[in-house]
Design a protein around this ligand. Structure first.
Ligand code: SF4
Length: 109
């Protein structure tokens, strides 16, 4: 998992207002309202990484969900969001904070 690449990919959402991200995720998120009861895999033992891969597979708003969680929870994030486990998002967070710096600094001399 290349966290620097993921952070740069999320940079395209940098100027999207947080409220818009929240609306998109709550409207189109695969897990939102998908499970009115225990999900099909609810009784299986799995790590958060496995759960993220399973639950978020095919979700059309994974990047928006991840961007939203990084903005709102930052390093205090818990659970599965944006197809990532909390430990991976905490590691990503440092890269996410630095995204775009190179572009803002301008060309190297
Ligand atoms: S990325 Fe995962 S946690 Fe986020 S809305 Fe989609 S299914 Fe839910």
């Amino acid at each position: 998992m290349n966290l620097i690449w993921i952070a740069w990919e999320l940079d395209r959402l940098r100027w999207v207002p947080t409220g818009v991200l929240a609306d998109v995720v709550s409207r189109d998120g695969l897990c939102i309202g998908a499970f009115t009861d225990v999900p099909p895999w609810g009784d299986e033992e799995m790590t958060d990484r496995e759960l993220a891969a399973r639950m978020c597979a095919g979700c059309p708003v994974r990047d928006e969900c991840l961007e939203l969680e990084l903005r709102t929870a930052g390093a205090d994030t818990v659970g599965v969001w944006g197809a990532m486990a909390a430990e991976d998002r905490r590691e990503l967070y440092a890269h996410w904070l630095r995204r775009g710096e190179r572009a803002e600094r301008g060309p190297c001399s």
